[in-house]
Design a protein around this ligand. Structure first.
Ligand code: KDG
Ligand code: MG
Length: 403
């Protein structure tokens, strides 16, 4: 038995907030898991500190599945982003411990590498089409094989995905939510123009992606999908809010543009219909918000049976700990598709030393036993928590809309 002797939550803000769970064992081996839920960080801290950590002490760290079931079924209140982020942190830390004890990188415990590296996509964005395409050229020159394109929309003062700092996008920019303004009729003609311009400059030998960030109705999404078909996008993401899974049937019936969904999902139940009816092509639910490796593995297996591939969320608000664990998963998963890679700032990278590396458009998780990411607690303590929330969106007439 490998006894859990301590479970502590570490909150740090090296430019943005991150929540990390550290589990220690009787053998001196420790593991860490990401528990960051952007804009709602302290609710997960409380869930862990008040309700989960006390239950872990004295349990056998090797019994990952039993602990997962205990936390999921034992709470009575199942699912939800707070619960599942907390469970994910425990699960990730326990997989880290098991792999360290085995002396193996985590991907070996999952079944070994299925590929030599993990293809990632970077984020090119700009105030207008010209600037976005120039950014995309810069990403191509850095070796990226896949690039997400987001551009400012004429007539709107701010747009999702368009950042001030080009490498590090941070939407949680204020203690109280910033208010953005949205217009679907201004947005819809802009994206095909962006893709047309990008294909002309970048050529055919690069994957291009776009995120609509939950802002369209199904029929508007179908129109955008059709308009983008000539430019062969790799995917169109989060076209419409996905609580209503059946609404994707309308979109699917109208367009062959591949669809990606799921960064806000937290269990297999959120995407069961989408996957079983093959209404999407990529599932984006990643380790930190999807109940950890143990549960995301269930989602990936269901997806594999239905020709859906993985395309994990990897924005800056998912800590390097989540990225490390996700990369081991990606290297193994038979139905891996692509991994999002929004770089962390140098301050964040220093707090979370990691084994993963970028080369020629791929990330590799490295060969360090465990998931290969640690936390420098002394450095982390120098960056105290700062309240920061995600923006909200209003239509031009003031109606509150989806951000
Ligand atoms: O916390 C919210 C961000 O992670 C999200 O807005 C980023 O949509 C996103 C993406 O695709 O990376
Ligand atoms: Mg997204």
């Amino acid at each position: 038995m490998l006894k859990i002797t301590a479970a502590r939550v570490i909150v740090t803000c090296p430019g943005r907030n991150f929540v990390t769970l550290k589990i220690e064992t009787s053998d001196g081996v420790h593991g860490i898991g990401d528990a960051t839920l952007n804009g709602r960080e302290l609710s997960v801290v409380s869930y862990l500190e008040d309700h989960v950590c006390p239950l872990l002490i004295g349990r056998d760290a090797h019994r990952i599945e039993d602990i997962w079931q205990f936390l999921y079924k034992g709470a009575y209140w199942r699912r939800g982003p707070v619960t599942m982020s907390a469970i994910a942190a425990v699960d990730t830390a326990l997989w880290d411990i098991k792999a360290k004890v085995a002396g193996l990188p985590l991907y070996q415990l999952l079944g070994g590498a299925s590929r030599s590296g993990v293809m990632v996509y970077g984020h090119a964005n700009g105030a207008d089409i010209e600037e976005t395409v120039a950014e995309a050229v810069r990403y191509k020159d850095m070796g990226y094989k896949a690039i997400r394109l987001q551009t400012g929309v004429p007539g709107l003062s701010s747009t999702y995905g368009v950042s001030k700092d080009k490498l590090f996008y941070e939407p949680a920019d204020a203690a109280l939510p910033t208010e953005n303004v949205w217009s679907t009729s201004r947005y819809l003609p802009t994206v095909p123009r962006l893709f047309e311009a990008a294909r002309k400059v970048l050529g055919d030998d690069i994957h291009l992606l776009h995120d609509s960030h939950h802002r369209l109705t199904p029929i508007e999404a179908a129109r955008l999908g059709k308009d983008l078909e000539p430019y062969r996008p790799f995917w169109l993401e989060d076209v419409t809010p996905a609580e209503n899974q059946a609404s994707f049937r309308h979109i699917r019936n109208h367009t062959t543009t591949p669809l990606a969904v799921g960064e806000v999902f937290n269990t297999v139940w959120d995407c069961k219909q989408l996957i079983e009816e093959q209404l999407i092509d990529y599932i984006r639910t990643t380790i930190v918000h999807g109940g950890g490796i143990s549960h995301v593995r269930r989602i990936a297996h269901l997806a594999e049976l239905n020709n859906v591939r993985t395309g994990f969320h990897g924005a800056t608000d998912l800590s390097p700990v989540c990225m490390g664990a996700a990369l081991h998963f990606d290297l193994w998963a038979p139905n891996f598709g692509i991994q999002e890679y929004m770089r962390h700032t140098p301050e964040t990278d220093a707090v979370f030393p990691h084994a993963y590396t970028f080369a020629s458009g791929d990330l590799h998780p490295g060969e360090t036993p465990g998931h290969g990411v640690d936390i420098d607690e002394a450095l982390a303590a120098k960056y105290p928590y700062r309240p920061a929330q995600l923006p909200v969106n209003r239509l031009e007439d003031g109606t509150l809309f989806n951000w």
